[in-house]
Design a protein around this ligand. Structure first.
Ligand code: TYD
Ligand code: MG
Length: 498
Protein backbone atom coordinates (compact mmCIF):
# COMPACT_ATOMS: atom_id res chain seq x y z
CA UNK A 1 0.00 0.00 0.00
CA UNK A 2 1.39 3.37 -0.91
CA UNK A 3 1.38 5.73 2.03
CA UNK A 4 0.70 8.82 0.04
CA UNK A 5 -2.41 7.34 -1.44
CA UNK A 6 -4.13 7.68 1.89
CA UNK A 7 -4.52 11.36 1.55
CA UNK A 8 -6.30 11.06 -1.74
CA UNK A 9 -9.22 8.86 -2.66
CA UNK A 10 -11.29 7.46 0.18
CA UNK A 11 -9.97 9.73 2.92
CA UNK A 12 -10.67 12.90 1.13
CA UNK A 13 -14.11 11.70 0.05
CA UNK A 14 -14.97 10.82 3.65
CA UNK A 15 -13.85 14.24 4.71
CA UNK A 16 -16.27 15.92 2.39
CA UNK A 17 -19.39 14.59 4.08
CA UNK A 18 -18.36 15.04 7.68
CA UNK A 19 -16.78 18.44 7.59
CA UNK A 20 -13.16 19.28 7.86
CA UNK A 21 -12.74 18.69 11.61
CA UNK A 22 -12.68 14.94 11.31
CA UNK A 23 -10.61 15.12 8.22
CA UNK A 24 -7.95 17.08 9.96
CA UNK A 25 -7.86 15.03 13.12
CA UNK A 26 -7.48 11.86 11.10
CA UNK A 27 -4.57 13.33 9.34
CA UNK A 28 -2.85 14.57 12.42
CA UNK A 29 -2.79 11.00 13.67
CA UNK A 30 -1.56 9.59 10.45
CA UNK A 31 2.18 9.26 11.00
CA UNK A 32 3.24 9.33 7.40
CA UNK A 33 0.96 11.99 6.16
CA UNK A 34 2.98 14.14 3.80
CA UNK A 35 1.00 17.24 4.70
CA UNK A 36 2.40 17.09 8.19
CA UNK A 37 5.87 17.24 6.80
CA UNK A 38 6.32 20.95 7.24
CA UNK A 39 6.57 20.48 10.99
CA UNK A 40 8.70 17.38 10.65
CA UNK A 41 11.61 18.58 8.63
CA UNK A 42 14.86 18.99 10.46
CA UNK A 43 18.14 20.52 9.42
CA UNK A 44 21.24 18.37 9.19
CA UNK A 45 24.78 19.66 9.02
CA UNK A 46 26.55 18.38 5.90
CA UNK A 47 29.88 18.58 7.72
CA UNK A 48 29.33 16.86 11.03
CA UNK A 49 25.81 15.42 10.80
CA UNK A 50 24.59 17.52 13.72
CA UNK A 51 20.90 18.41 13.70
CA UNK A 52 18.83 21.45 14.44
CA UNK A 53 15.07 21.96 14.57
CA UNK A 54 15.29 25.16 12.57
CA UNK A 55 17.58 26.59 9.96
CA UNK A 56 20.61 28.38 11.32
CA UNK A 57 23.50 30.04 9.57
CA UNK A 58 25.96 28.28 11.82
CA UNK A 59 25.86 24.62 12.80
CA UNK A 60 25.26 24.40 16.57
CA UNK A 61 27.42 21.25 16.76
CA UNK A 62 30.55 21.96 14.76
CA UNK A 63 30.09 25.70 14.24
CA UNK A 64 30.59 25.45 10.48
CA UNK A 65 28.82 28.15 8.49
CA UNK A 66 26.12 27.51 5.92
CA UNK A 67 26.12 23.75 6.21
CA UNK A 68 22.60 23.05 7.48
CA UNK A 69 20.39 21.35 4.93
CA UNK A 70 16.73 20.51 5.25
CA UNK A 71 15.86 16.85 5.60
CA UNK A 72 12.92 14.65 6.54
CA UNK A 73 12.97 14.10 10.28
CA UNK A 74 11.67 10.57 10.50
CA UNK A 75 12.92 7.39 9.03
CA UNK A 76 10.58 6.61 6.14
CA UNK A 77 7.58 4.51 7.15
CA UNK A 78 8.17 0.89 6.26
CA UNK A 79 5.73 0.48 3.45
CA UNK A 80 5.88 3.84 1.87
CA UNK A 81 7.38 2.88 -1.43
CA UNK A 82 7.33 -0.89 -1.55
CA UNK A 83 5.96 -0.92 -5.00
CA UNK A 84 4.35 -3.97 -6.49
CA UNK A 85 4.91 -5.94 -3.32
CA UNK A 86 1.44 -6.76 -2.12
CA UNK A 87 0.88 -9.73 0.12
CA UNK A 88 2.17 -12.04 -2.54
CA UNK A 89 5.74 -10.91 -2.03
CA UNK A 90 8.09 -12.42 -4.52
CA UNK A 91 5.32 -13.28 -6.92
CA UNK A 92 5.98 -10.24 -9.06
CA UNK A 93 8.23 -10.36 -12.06
CA UNK A 94 11.28 -9.33 -10.06
CA UNK A 95 10.15 -9.89 -6.50
CA UNK A 96 11.54 -8.42 -3.29
CA UNK A 97 14.14 -10.26 -1.29
CA UNK A 98 12.81 -10.72 2.20
CA UNK A 99 14.96 -9.93 5.23
CA UNK A 100 18.07 -12.07 4.84
CA UNK A 101 19.72 -14.24 7.47
CA UNK A 102 23.30 -13.47 8.45
CA UNK A 103 25.65 -15.54 6.33
CA UNK A 104 29.33 -16.43 6.29
CA UNK A 105 31.18 -14.59 3.57
CA UNK A 106 32.72 -17.66 1.97
CA UNK A 107 29.34 -19.38 1.81
CA UNK A 108 27.58 -16.57 -0.02
CA UNK A 109 27.04 -17.49 -3.61
CA UNK A 110 28.57 -14.75 -5.69
CA UNK A 111 27.62 -14.89 -9.30
CA UNK A 112 28.32 -11.98 -11.56
CA UNK A 113 25.39 -9.61 -11.93
CA UNK A 114 23.23 -9.90 -15.00
CA UNK A 115 23.60 -6.99 -17.35
CA UNK A 116 21.25 -5.86 -20.05
CA UNK A 117 23.19 -4.14 -22.82
CA UNK A 118 21.64 -0.85 -23.86
CA UNK A 119 22.52 -1.52 -27.48
CA UNK A 120 24.68 1.61 -27.56
CA UNK A 121 28.19 0.18 -27.41
CA UNK A 122 30.03 3.21 -26.12
CA UNK A 123 27.48 3.62 -23.33
CA UNK A 124 27.67 -0.07 -22.44
CA UNK A 125 31.43 0.26 -22.23
CA UNK A 126 31.25 2.87 -19.47
CA UNK A 127 28.41 1.06 -17.71
CA UNK A 128 30.55 -2.08 -17.52
CA UNK A 129 28.53 -4.06 -20.04
CA UNK A 130 25.02 -2.75 -19.60
CA UNK A 131 22.42 -1.83 -17.04
CA UNK A 132 21.85 -3.90 -13.91
CA UNK A 133 18.41 -4.62 -12.42
CA UNK A 134 17.92 -2.41 -9.37
CA UNK A 135 20.98 -0.35 -10.23
CA UNK A 136 20.91 3.43 -10.02
CA UNK A 137 22.94 5.41 -12.52
CA UNK A 138 23.62 9.13 -12.29
CA UNK A 139 24.57 10.81 -15.52
CA UNK A 140 25.86 14.35 -15.17
CA UNK A 141 26.96 17.04 -17.55
CA UNK A 142 26.52 20.59 -18.74
CA UNK A 143 23.14 21.65 -20.13
CA UNK A 144 22.87 20.99 -23.86
CA UNK A 145 25.67 18.45 -23.99
CA UNK A 146 23.37 15.61 -25.04
CA UNK A 147 22.21 13.78 -21.92
CA UNK A 148 18.53 13.69 -22.90
CA UNK A 149 19.42 12.72 -26.46
CA UNK A 150 21.62 9.81 -25.42
CA UNK A 151 19.16 8.48 -22.86
CA UNK A 152 16.24 8.67 -25.26
CA UNK A 153 18.27 6.71 -27.80
CA UNK A 154 19.26 4.17 -25.14
CA UNK A 155 15.67 3.78 -23.90
CA UNK A 156 14.43 3.26 -27.42
CA UNK A 157 16.94 0.43 -27.92
CA UNK A 158 16.01 -1.08 -24.56
CA UNK A 159 12.29 -0.80 -25.26
CA UNK A 160 12.69 -3.48 -27.92
CA UNK A 161 13.28 -6.00 -25.10
CA UNK A 162 11.71 -4.54 -21.97
CA UNK A 163 9.33 -1.92 -20.62
CA UNK A 164 10.85 1.51 -20.37
CA UNK A 165 9.66 4.78 -18.89
CA UNK A 166 11.00 8.26 -19.55
CA UNK A 167 10.04 10.79 -16.88
CA UNK A 168 10.57 14.28 -18.16
CA UNK A 169 10.53 17.29 -15.89
CA UNK A 170 12.27 19.68 -18.21
CA UNK A 171 10.40 19.19 -21.44
CA UNK A 172 6.79 18.42 -22.29
CA UNK A 173 5.76 15.10 -23.78
CA UNK A 174 5.35 16.82 -27.13
CA UNK A 175 8.89 18.15 -27.01
CA UNK A 176 10.21 14.68 -26.25
CA UNK A 177 8.15 13.30 -29.13
CA UNK A 178 9.55 15.95 -31.43
CA UNK A 179 13.06 15.01 -30.43
CA UNK A 180 12.36 11.31 -30.98
CA UNK A 181 11.11 12.06 -34.52
CA UNK A 182 14.26 14.04 -35.20
CA UNK A 183 16.29 11.08 -33.99
CA UNK A 184 14.42 8.82 -36.37
CA UNK A 185 12.66 6.98 -33.55
CA UNK A 186 9.17 7.64 -34.86
CA UNK A 187 7.85 4.20 -33.87
CA UNK A 188 9.38 4.28 -30.41
CA UNK A 189 7.62 2.21 -27.73
CA UNK A 190 9.16 4.24 -24.88
CA UNK A 191 6.51 5.34 -22.38
CA UNK A 192 6.69 8.99 -21.40
CA UNK A 193 5.52 10.76 -18.26
CA UNK A 194 5.77 14.52 -17.84
CA UNK A 195 5.82 14.87 -14.06
CA UNK A 196 7.97 16.49 -11.42
CA UNK A 197 6.38 15.37 -8.17
CA UNK A 198 8.23 12.43 -6.70
CA UNK A 199 5.19 10.80 -5.12
CA UNK A 200 3.35 10.80 -8.43
CA UNK A 201 6.40 9.44 -10.22
CA UNK A 202 6.57 6.65 -7.63
CA UNK A 203 2.87 5.86 -8.15
CA UNK A 204 3.41 5.67 -11.90
CA UNK A 205 6.35 3.35 -11.40
CA UNK A 206 4.08 1.04 -9.45
CA UNK A 207 1.42 1.19 -12.11
CA UNK A 208 3.65 0.84 -15.15
CA UNK A 209 6.24 -1.56 -13.67
CA UNK A 210 8.94 -0.62 -16.16
CA UNK A 211 12.29 -2.40 -16.14
CA UNK A 212 14.16 0.84 -16.79
CA UNK A 213 13.22 4.38 -15.89
CA UNK A 214 14.99 7.62 -16.76
CA UNK A 215 14.39 10.68 -14.56
CA UNK A 216 15.28 13.76 -16.60
CA UNK A 217 16.33 15.57 -14.48
CA UNK A 218 16.71 14.93 -10.75
CA UNK A 219 16.92 18.70 -10.19
CA UNK A 220 13.36 19.20 -11.39
CA UNK A 221 11.84 16.50 -9.18
CA UNK A 222 10.51 17.51 -5.79
CA UNK A 223 8.95 15.69 -2.88
CA UNK A 224 6.14 17.33 -0.94
CA UNK A 225 7.74 15.86 2.17
CA UNK A 226 10.07 18.84 2.10
CA UNK A 227 9.41 22.53 1.94
CA UNK A 228 12.63 23.31 0.07
CA UNK A 229 12.46 24.36 -3.56
CA UNK A 230 13.07 21.82 -6.34
CA UNK A 231 16.73 21.67 -7.23
CA UNK A 232 17.86 22.49 -3.70
CA UNK A 233 20.36 20.17 -2.07
CA UNK A 234 17.71 18.88 0.32
CA UNK A 235 15.23 18.04 -2.45
CA UNK A 236 17.80 16.52 -4.77
CA UNK A 237 19.19 14.35 -2.02
CA UNK A 238 15.83 13.23 -0.66
CA UNK A 239 14.39 12.48 -4.10
CA UNK A 240 17.47 10.54 -5.17
CA UNK A 241 17.39 8.57 -1.93
CA UNK A 242 13.70 7.70 -2.37
CA UNK A 243 14.20 6.70 -5.98
CA UNK A 244 17.18 4.56 -4.99
CA UNK A 245 15.00 2.84 -2.40
CA UNK A 246 12.42 2.15 -5.10
CA UNK A 247 15.09 0.76 -7.43
CA UNK A 248 16.47 -1.56 -4.76
CA UNK A 249 13.09 -2.84 -3.64
CA UNK A 250 11.63 -3.41 -7.08
CA UNK A 251 14.59 -4.16 -9.33
CA UNK A 252 13.79 -1.24 -11.60
CA UNK A 253 16.93 0.28 -13.09
CA UNK A 254 16.76 4.02 -12.51
CA UNK A 255 18.86 6.48 -14.47
CA UNK A 256 19.04 9.97 -13.00
CA UNK A 257 20.04 12.92 -15.11
CA UNK A 258 21.90 15.59 -13.14
CA UNK A 259 23.03 19.02 -14.17
CA UNK A 260 26.44 20.20 -13.24
CA UNK A 261 26.70 23.37 -11.23
CA UNK A 262 29.13 26.14 -12.08
CA UNK A 263 31.71 24.72 -9.69
CA UNK A 264 31.69 21.52 -11.71
CA UNK A 265 30.31 19.29 -9.00
CA UNK A 266 27.11 17.40 -9.65
CA UNK A 267 24.33 19.44 -8.06
CA UNK A 268 23.69 19.36 -5.26
CA UNK A 269 27.31 19.32 -4.44
CA UNK A 270 28.32 15.70 -4.77
CA UNK A 271 25.49 14.60 -2.50
CA UNK A 272 24.26 12.09 -5.04
CA UNK A 273 27.52 10.40 -5.86
CA UNK A 274 27.55 8.19 -2.78
CA UNK A 275 23.86 7.29 -3.02
CA UNK A 276 23.92 5.86 -6.52
CA UNK A 277 25.73 2.80 -7.91
CA UNK A 278 27.20 4.36 -11.00
CA UNK A 279 28.23 7.92 -11.81
CA UNK A 280 28.79 8.85 -15.42
CA UNK A 281 30.00 12.24 -16.47
CA UNK A 282 29.33 13.77 -19.86
CA UNK A 283 32.14 15.97 -21.12
CA UNK A 284 32.78 17.79 -24.30
CA UNK A 285 33.46 21.05 -25.92
CA UNK A 286 30.27 22.62 -27.23
CA UNK A 287 32.35 23.94 -30.13
CA UNK A 288 33.21 20.46 -31.33
CA UNK A 289 30.83 17.61 -32.01
CA UNK A 290 32.74 15.08 -29.90
CA UNK A 291 31.49 14.01 -26.52
CA UNK A 292 33.07 11.85 -23.86
CA UNK A 293 31.15 9.85 -21.29
CA UNK A 294 33.30 8.90 -18.36
CA UNK A 295 32.58 6.47 -15.54
CA UNK A 296 33.70 8.07 -12.29
CA UNK A 297 32.21 5.48 -9.99
CA UNK A 298 30.83 2.08 -10.84
CA UNK A 299 29.80 -0.58 -8.35
CA UNK A 300 29.20 -2.93 -11.27
CA UNK A 301 32.26 -2.33 -13.40
CA UNK A 302 35.54 -0.57 -13.94
CA UNK A 303 35.90 3.15 -13.55
CA UNK A 304 37.96 5.39 -15.76
CA UNK A 305 36.34 3.88 -18.80
CA UNK A 306 35.35 6.38 -21.42
CA UNK A 307 32.81 6.25 -24.19
CA UNK A 308 33.29 8.50 -27.19
CA UNK A 309 30.41 9.94 -29.17
CA UNK A 310 29.92 12.34 -32.02
CA UNK A 311 26.81 14.57 -32.05
CA UNK A 312 25.19 14.35 -35.45
CA UNK A 313 21.90 15.68 -36.75
CA UNK A 314 20.50 12.24 -35.99
CA UNK A 315 21.64 12.21 -32.37
CA UNK A 316 24.72 10.75 -30.76
CA UNK A 317 26.73 8.17 -32.67
CA UNK A 318 29.36 6.06 -30.95
CA UNK A 319 32.92 6.51 -32.15
CA UNK A 320 34.48 3.05 -32.01
CA UNK A 321 38.01 4.20 -32.79
CA UNK A 322 38.61 7.43 -30.88
CA UNK A 323 42.33 7.56 -31.65
CA UNK A 324 41.47 8.78 -35.13
CA UNK A 325 39.79 11.93 -33.89
CA UNK A 326 42.31 12.75 -31.22
CA UNK A 327 45.25 12.39 -33.55
CA UNK A 328 43.66 14.18 -36.45
CA UNK A 329 42.70 17.15 -34.30
CA UNK A 330 46.37 17.53 -33.35
CA UNK A 331 47.55 17.67 -36.95
CA UNK A 332 51.25 17.07 -37.51
CA UNK A 333 53.47 16.86 -34.42
CA UNK A 334 55.19 20.13 -33.63
CA UNK A 335 58.41 20.91 -31.78
CA UNK A 336 58.00 21.90 -28.15
CA UNK A 337 54.88 19.88 -27.51
CA UNK A 338 54.58 16.82 -25.30
CA UNK A 339 51.39 15.12 -24.15
CA UNK A 340 51.21 14.38 -20.45
CA UNK A 341 48.88 11.92 -18.75
CA UNK A 342 47.94 13.59 -15.51
CA UNK A 343 45.40 12.69 -12.86
CA UNK A 344 42.40 14.87 -12.20
CA UNK A 345 41.13 13.53 -8.92
CA UNK A 346 41.01 9.85 -9.72
CA UNK A 347 40.60 10.41 -13.44
CA UNK A 348 43.47 10.24 -15.90
CA UNK A 349 43.49 13.24 -18.20
CA UNK A 350 45.62 13.93 -21.24
CA UNK A 351 47.05 17.42 -21.33
CA UNK A 352 49.36 18.90 -23.91
CA UNK A 353 52.39 20.67 -22.46
CA UNK A 354 53.91 23.32 -24.73
CA UNK A 355 57.31 24.85 -24.35
CA UNK A 356 58.97 27.63 -26.27
CA UNK A 357 62.67 28.19 -25.87
CA UNK A 358 63.98 31.28 -27.61
CA UNK A 359 67.16 33.30 -27.41
CA UNK A 360 66.73 35.80 -24.61
CA UNK A 361 68.33 39.05 -23.58
CA UNK A 362 70.83 39.57 -20.80
CA UNK A 363 68.44 38.25 -18.17
CA UNK A 364 66.41 35.43 -19.74
CA UNK A 365 62.84 35.01 -18.69
CA UNK A 366 61.20 31.89 -17.33
CA UNK A 367 57.43 32.02 -17.57
CA UNK A 368 54.92 29.27 -16.99
CA UNK A 369 51.16 29.04 -17.22
CA UNK A 370 49.47 26.16 -15.40
CA UNK A 371 52.74 24.92 -13.95
CA UNK A 372 54.63 26.29 -10.95
CA UNK A 373 57.42 28.65 -11.90
CA UNK A 374 59.73 27.48 -9.13
CA UNK A 375 59.31 23.94 -10.36
CA UNK A 376 60.22 25.10 -13.87
CA UNK A 377 63.45 26.70 -12.64
CA UNK A 378 64.30 23.47 -10.87
CA UNK A 379 63.66 21.38 -13.97
CA UNK A 380 65.87 23.63 -16.07
CA UNK A 381 68.68 23.18 -13.54
CA UNK A 382 68.24 19.39 -13.54
CA UNK A 383 68.19 19.32 -17.34
CA UNK A 384 71.45 21.25 -17.45
CA UNK A 385 73.29 19.44 -14.72
CA UNK A 386 72.25 15.85 -15.42
CA UNK A 387 71.37 15.75 -19.11
CA UNK A 388 73.63 18.44 -20.46
CA UNK A 389 70.72 20.38 -21.94
CA UNK A 390 71.43 24.04 -21.38
CA UNK A 391 68.93 26.86 -21.71
CA UNK A 392 70.78 29.33 -19.54
CA UNK A 393 70.87 32.12 -22.17
CA UNK A 394 67.34 31.42 -23.42
CA UNK A 395 63.84 32.62 -22.60
CA UNK A 396 61.71 29.63 -21.56
CA UNK A 397 57.93 29.69 -21.72
CA UNK A 398 55.83 26.74 -20.65
CA UNK A 399 52.09 26.37 -21.01
CA UNK A 400 49.62 23.65 -20.04
CA UNK A 401 47.09 23.83 -22.88
CA UNK A 402 43.43 24.40 -22.13
CA UNK A 403 43.87 26.51 -19.02
CA UNK A 404 44.41 23.57 -16.68
CA UNK A 405 46.56 23.88 -13.61
CA UNK A 406 48.86 20.97 -13.01
CA UNK A 407 50.15 20.66 -9.50
CA UNK A 408 51.42 17.09 -9.47
CA UNK A 409 55.14 16.47 -9.88
CA UNK A 410 54.41 13.67 -12.37
CA UNK A 411 54.30 16.44 -14.99
CA UNK A 412 58.10 16.96 -14.74
CA UNK A 413 59.17 14.52 -17.42
CA UNK A 414 56.70 15.84 -20.01
CA UNK A 415 57.71 19.45 -19.29
CA UNK A 416 61.40 18.63 -19.65
CA UNK A 417 60.87 16.70 -22.88
CA UNK A 418 58.83 19.58 -24.29
CA UNK A 419 61.60 22.05 -23.41
CA UNK A 420 64.25 19.83 -24.96
CA UNK A 421 62.12 19.34 -28.06
CA UNK A 422 61.73 23.08 -28.51
CA UNK A 423 65.40 23.69 -27.89
CA UNK A 424 66.53 21.38 -30.67
CA UNK A 425 63.58 22.26 -32.91
CA UNK A 426 62.53 18.67 -33.37
CA UNK A 427 59.05 17.31 -32.69
CA UNK A 428 58.44 14.28 -30.51
CA UNK A 429 57.00 11.34 -32.42
CA UNK A 430 53.30 11.17 -33.25
CA UNK A 431 51.24 9.59 -30.48
CA UNK A 432 53.88 10.23 -27.83
CA UNK A 433 53.12 10.59 -24.11
CA UNK A 434 55.21 10.88 -20.98
CA UNK A 435 54.80 11.21 -17.24
CA UNK A 436 56.97 10.88 -14.16
CA UNK A 437 58.50 12.97 -11.42
CA UNK A 438 62.13 14.03 -11.82
CA UNK A 439 64.20 14.52 -8.68
CA UNK A 440 67.11 16.89 -8.11
CA UNK A 441 69.54 14.01 -8.50
CA UNK A 442 68.16 13.39 -11.97
CA UNK A 443 66.28 10.25 -11.01
CA UNK A 444 62.85 9.57 -12.54
CA UNK A 445 60.36 8.63 -9.84
CA UNK A 446 57.13 6.69 -10.34
CA UNK A 447 53.75 8.39 -10.55
CA UNK A 448 50.66 7.06 -8.75
CA UNK A 449 48.25 4.91 -10.80
CA UNK A 450 50.67 4.51 -13.67
CA UNK A 451 48.75 1.60 -15.21
CA UNK A 452 45.55 3.62 -15.40
CA UNK A 453 47.37 6.49 -17.06
CA UNK A 454 48.86 4.16 -19.63
CA UNK A 455 45.56 2.45 -20.32
CA UNK A 456 43.86 5.81 -20.80
CA UNK A 457 46.57 6.87 -23.24
CA UNK A 458 46.22 3.59 -25.13
CA UNK A 459 42.44 4.01 -25.22
CA UNK A 460 42.88 7.44 -26.74
CA UNK A 461 45.16 6.09 -29.44
CA UNK A 462 48.60 7.08 -28.14
CA UNK A 463 51.31 4.67 -29.19
CA UNK A 464 54.68 5.58 -27.62
CA UNK A 465 55.35 6.29 -23.96
CA UNK A 466 58.32 7.15 -21.77
CA UNK A 467 57.52 6.30 -18.17
CA UNK A 468 59.38 5.76 -14.88
CA UNK A 469 60.72 2.23 -14.56
CA UNK A 470 58.44 1.41 -11.62
CA UNK A 471 55.39 2.33 -13.71
CA UNK A 472 56.25 -0.03 -16.55
CA UNK A 473 53.47 -2.62 -16.78
CA UNK A 474 54.27 -6.31 -16.40
CA UNK A 475 51.96 -7.25 -19.21
CA UNK A 476 52.21 -5.28 -22.45
CA UNK A 477 49.39 -2.83 -23.17
CA UNK A 478 47.95 -3.29 -26.62
CA UNK A 479 48.95 -0.61 -29.08
CA UNK A 480 51.40 1.10 -26.74
CA UNK A 481 55.22 0.86 -26.94
CA UNK A 482 56.55 1.65 -23.48
CA UNK A 483 60.08 2.79 -22.72
CA UNK A 484 60.92 2.64 -19.02
CA UNK A 485 63.59 5.00 -17.72
CA UNK A 486 65.33 5.49 -14.39
CA UNK A 487 67.13 8.75 -15.09
CA UNK A 488 66.45 11.96 -16.98
CA UNK A 489 69.52 11.56 -19.22
CA UNK A 490 68.17 8.16 -20.30
CA UNK A 491 64.88 9.79 -21.32
CA UNK A 492 66.67 12.55 -23.24
CA UNK A 493 68.85 9.97 -25.05
CA UNK A 494 65.77 7.94 -25.86
CA UNK A 495 63.85 10.78 -27.53
CA UNK A 496 66.93 11.72 -29.56
CA UNK A 497 66.72 8.27 -31.10
CA UNK A 498 62.94 8.12 -31.58
P1 TYD B 1 20.23 17.53 -25.12
O1 TYD B 1 20.18 16.05 -25.19
O2 TYD B 1 18.92 18.23 -25.04
O3 TYD B 1 21.14 18.03 -23.94
P2 TYD B 1 20.93 17.92 -22.36
O4 TYD B 1 19.79 17.01 -22.10
O5 TYD B 1 22.26 17.40 -21.88
O6 TYD B 1 20.70 19.30 -21.87
O7 TYD B 1 21.07 18.01 -26.37
C1 TYD B 1 20.81 19.20 -26.92
C2 TYD B 1 21.81 19.58 -27.96
O8 TYD B 1 22.07 18.56 -28.90
C3 TYD B 1 21.25 20.72 -28.73
O9 TYD B 1 22.21 21.75 -28.74
C4 TYD B 1 20.97 20.20 -30.08
C5 TYD B 1 21.85 19.02 -30.21
N1 TYD B 1 21.26 17.93 -31.01
C6 TYD B 1 21.86 17.57 -32.19
O10 TYD B 1 22.85 18.14 -32.61
N2 TYD B 1 21.32 16.52 -32.91
C7 TYD B 1 20.22 15.86 -32.49
O11 TYD B 1 19.77 14.92 -33.16
C8 TYD B 1 19.60 16.26 -31.27
C9 TYD B 1 18.38 15.59 -30.76
C10 TYD B 1 20.17 17.29 -30.55
MG1 MG C 1 17.96 17.57 -21.26
Amino acid sequence: DLGFERRTGADELAGHGRGSVRWRSRHSRCPDNPRMAKEKSIYICTECGGTSAKWLGKCPSCEAWNTLVESVAEAAPKNRYTIGMGTSAGAGPRGLIASQPVATLSEIEASDVDRQPTGIDELDRVLGGGIVAGGVVLIGGDPGIGKSTLLLQALDELSKNMKTLYVTGEESGAQVALRSRRLGLGKSQVRVLAEIQLEKVAATLEQEQPAVCVIDSIQTVYSDQLTSAPGSVAQVRECAAQLTRIAKSTGITIILVGHVTKEGALAGPRVLEHIVDTVLYFEGDTHSSFRLVRAIKNRFGAVNEIGVFAMTEKGLRGVANPSAIFLSTHGDPVAGSCVLVTLEGTRPLLVEIQALVDSGGPSPRRLSVGIERDRLAMMLAVLHRHAGVSASDQDVFVNAVGGVRISEPAADLAVMLAIQSSLRGKALPRGFIAFGEVGLAGEVRPAPRGQERLREAAKLGFSVAIVPKANAPKKPIEGLTIHAVERIEQAIDLVRGL
